[in-house]
Design a protein around this ligand. Structure first.
Ligand code: ZN
Length: 162
């Protein structure tokens, strides 16, 4: 994965804008494998940059994505996610908790064809949808729970023989 310094150099070499705010935004993203949304990154940076606007975060992210320094994709949850890892790989998406992980090799790593159906191809997004290990455990537990046994402590107990 590229370092923040490398990324800043590359953005500068292209004539891109590199402000101290942007350096902090890159820093928050480099090495991040959680595929955050702009909102998530913005929330993460609030402590560091209380006046940072969501618009600034999106402008920085989209500049980087347009330049091919970030991968930008939709995961079926209506949100746009960002991945600093631009090497070809697939993503695993949990349909229950919306967690996103990088799929291990060789998923998504087959060489990209140059032309498909007359289209010149330059990018691919491959998503594998399923249940993450944690959600598999949670679902197994729910299935083991007796029917009607989902009431929590805050529920009003049912009136017996009303
Ligand atoms: Zn999950």
């Amino acid at each position: 994965m590229r370092s923040v310094e490398e990324l800043v150099q590359r953005v500068r070499a292209r004539g891109g804008k590199v402000t101290p705010q942007r350096v902090l935004i890159y820093q928050a993203l480099v090495g991040d494998t959680s595929h955050p949304t702009g909102e998530q990154l913005h929330a993460r940076l609030q402590g560091l940059l209380p006046h940072l606007s969501l618009t600034t975060v999106y402008a920085a992210l989209n500049d980087l994505a347009d330049a091919g320094e970030l991968r930008r994709f939709q995961a079926g949850d209506g949100q746009v996610h960002y991945d600093p890892d631009t090497r070809p790989h697939a993503e695993l998406v949990c349909v229950r908790c919306q967690r996103i992980d990088d799929a291990p090799a060789p998923h998504g790593q087959t060489p990209l064809p140059d032309v498909v159906g007359g289209y010149r191809v330059f990018a691919r997004t491959e998503l594998l949808h399923g249940l993450c290990p944690e959600c598999q455990r949670a679902v197994a537990q729910e299935e083991r729970a007796p029917a009607g046994g989902t009431a929590d402590a805050g529920d009003i107990p049912a009136q017996a023989g009303a």
